[in-house]
Ligand binder design. Structure first.
Ligand SMILES: Nc1nc2c(ncn2[C@@H]2O[C@H](COP(=O)(O)OP(=O)(O)OP(=O)(O)O)[C@@H](O)[C@H]2O)c(=O)[nH]1
Ligand SMILES: [Mg+2]
Length: 305
């Protein structure tokens, strides 16, 4: 039954890509940027020719609709609507994507030839409403919540998104996470090794941008309680944890980059924005956490993205 939990690894012949897959759930507070993250990933605007990512392909109707939303809403300089909490978790949007990474050169025995090896990442990803996260904090024994938690058990990857500018909510995130991990460990009989990616979003904001290449240090400094909870979970054998920085909107310019976002609101809960210059919309750091969720390894080039 749990066969598809395991990362499917097909040993490659000459030109076949290495196939890796993951079942993912995206969780996080209201307005942490979950839907914008998924929409930007699926749409993949203004691809950079030097990026390690070759293609991103939507694989189902939910994902095609998400791409349309990226075009019709985000690209028009507007904000996406809030995601509603569905009565049944089966009704939650389930995005399916295939990401192909360009070949990396490697020496192949017995003939020593340079051979580029494509890597294909397949993910199925459910984008929960942030209301799920607040219910975790405030409700117990609720059947809807139980339904969502049971659905999380089916995933081998959890992407926990936090608006990088919402650090004043660190203790709430740590408490929500604590409840989440306890519920997960208590009901989990599959004993699969799960990975949790802690992803800080909106990192085009200058105070985050300067530290984007030190995600672990940034998480520890900005979200110390959440960081400690995650580390403790890892140390007690719950699974693996790693840290990432992203922006669904990206920056403008390269020498003196400025955020490609216009701030609409900023408060304790974080930042609401829209894209400043949609023609130059280029997100960063979107694929690095997915690569790690699928493989358990960090991809140096994606980390530099
Ligand atoms: N500056 C900036 N704003 C972003 C980014 N990603 C999302 N936002 C903004 O953050 C707000 C919330 O984004 P959503 O993607 O709707 O957040 P969500 O986590 O899906 O929220 P719920 O569906 O309510 O749980 C909106 O104002 C977005 O435009 C980003 O990378 N940078
Ligand atoms: Mg949403």
């Amino acid at each position: 039954m749990f066969d598809w939990y395991k990362n499917k690894t097909t040993k490659s012949s000459v030109s076949e890509p290495i196939d890796r897959s993951a079942q993912v759930r995206v969780i996080g507070d209201r307005a942490s940027g979950k839907t914008a993250y998924m929409a930007s990933l699926a749409y993949w605007p203004n691809a950079n020719s030097s990026s390690p990512v070759q293609t991103v392909t939507p694989l189902n109707d939910d994902t095609n609709e998400l791409v349309e939303n990226a075009q019709n809403i985000l690209e028009q300089g507007l904000q996406l609507g809030q995601t509603d909490l569905k009565v049944s978790v089966e009704d939650v949007q389930d995005y399916s994507l295939s990401i192909v990474l360009k070949g990396q050169f490697s020496w192949k025995e017995p003939k020593v030839t340079l051979q580029p090896q494509l890597v294909k990442l397949n993910i199925n990803c459910r984008d929960y409403s942030g209301e799920f996260f607040s219910d975790l904090l405030h409700k117990t024994g609720d059947s809807q919540l139980t339904n969502y938690l049971e659905d999380c058990l089916l995933a081998n990857g959890i992407m926990f998104l936090a608006d990088g500018t919402s650090h004043r909510k660190d203790s709430e995130y740590a408490n929500g996470l604590d409840k989440f991990l306890i519920a997960l460990d208590r009901t989990d009989i599959s004993k699969i090794q799960r990975r949790i990616a802690f992803v800080m979003t909106k990192c085009e904001q200058s105070e985050l941008w300067v530290n984007r290449h030190k995600p672990r240090e940034l998480a520890q400094a900005r979200f110390p309680q959440t960081f400690r909870k995650l580390q403790a979970w890892q140390q007690t054998g719950g699974g693996q944890v790693d840290y990432f920085t992203t922006s669904a909107f990206g920056v403008l310019g390269s020498k003196y980059p400025e955020p490609n976002s216009v701030r609409i609101k900023r408060d304790r809960g974080g930042t609401s924005s829209c894209i400043k210059d949609p023609k130059r919309w280029r997100p960063f750091g979107l694929v690095a956490p997915i690569y790690w969720l699928c493989t358990g390894e960090r991809h140096k080039e994606l980390d530099k993205d």
